[in-house]
Design a binder for this molecule. Structure first.
Ligand SMILES: Nc1ncnc2c1ncn2[C@@H]1O[C@H](COP(=O)(O)OP(=O)(O)O)[C@@H](O)[C@H]1O
Ligand SMILES: [Mg+2]
Length: 261
């Protein structure tokens, strides 16, 4: 048995966390335990009433299936030349990844980040996302916390989610993009406004998924009733900033249609 496997095994047995870092020979690694994936009941419920791509429930997988799915996908994307961390140990209970740096979410949430730096990272991320999509793949968990930055490169992590075979790849790529956009609404620390239109246009340009713009506008229009509600002061003043930023994005998406006319 090689020594990283010995250490990983010890860490696996002693840790209660599902995913955690450890150091081996001066380098950081991440151990991820097998765990089942299942959509929550609430998501099923909402999906019945609001069949938006964003809410498509992921497939249920037992521990073994989930581990096999994620590690296989990491291997396949790596072969395609997409930046994902290398798997250095794999057993039937867990796998160990090389460290792929700091989460993009953490980097972008820095209140001192300049707008130039912000878009430097965002553009890199969009390039990588468009690259995955260009290969006819999807990520499944494109929130900013599942993207990392190391050695001037963006890496993708967290590939657990899978979907029914009937869901077509463009739908999953659109879901990726929507998840990605929505994850920006969680950033509250910036001194400047996020230019969503810039982000959207850059992605469309690189991915050539131009039809997503129409889909985004249609998505936001379906929510226009809620947007009207939200604009009522007695609601607006009561909701958290997540909801506020979410509706800000919806408003921007709706206005994109007007700009396009
Ligand atoms: N290879 C890695 N390099 C750097 N950070 C990692 C790595 N793997 C996991 N992480 C960190 O651990 C967090 C959780 O890992 P992730 O695979 O996203 O699990 P979960 O399914 O619980 O979201 C990530 O958001 C990231 O901060
Ligand atoms: Mg994650």
């Amino acid at each position: 048995m090689n020594s990283i496997l010995l250490l990983a095994q010890k860490e696996f047995e002693n840790s209660k966390s599902d995913i955690f870092p450890f150091i081996f020979e001066g380098h950081q690694y991440w151990l991820k335990k097998a765990r089942e994936t299942k959509p929550d009941i609430l998501q099923y419920f909402f999906y019945k009433f609001f069949p938006f791509e964003l809410l498509i429930p992921p497939s249920r997988k037992n521990k073994d299936e989930a581990l096999k799915f994620e590690s296989t996908k990491l291997g396949e994307l790596h072969k395609l030349g997409i930046n994902v961390p290398n798997i250095v140990v794999k057993t039937d209970k867990y796998f160990v990844l090389e460290d792929s740096g700091l989460s993009i979410n953490t980097i972008l949430k820095d209140k001192n980040i300049s707008s130039d730096d912000f878009y430097f990272y965002v553009d890199l991320v969009i390039q990588e996302l468009a690259k995955i999509h260009g290969f006819g793949c999807f990520h499944g968990g494109t929130q900013l916390r599942n993207l990392t930055f190391k050695d001037n490169k963006i890496f993708f992590i967290d590939f657990e989610e899978s979907f029914d075979k009937d869901v077509d790849i463009k739908t999953l790529q659109y879901r990726d993009f929507l998840l990605f956009l929505l994850s920006f609404t969680k950033i509250k620390e910036l001194t400047f406004r996020i230019d969503y239109e810039r982000i959207i246009n850059r992605y469309l340009e690189l991915s050539k998924n131009f039809q997503f713009k129409t889909k985004l506008i249609a998505f936001s229009k379906k929510l226009s009733f809620f947007l009207c509600l939200f604009k009522k002061d007695f609601i607006k003043n009561r909701v958290g900033s997540d909801v506020k930023y979410f509706f800000e994005l919806i408003e921007i998406l709706i206005s994109m249609e007007k700009n396009a006319k």
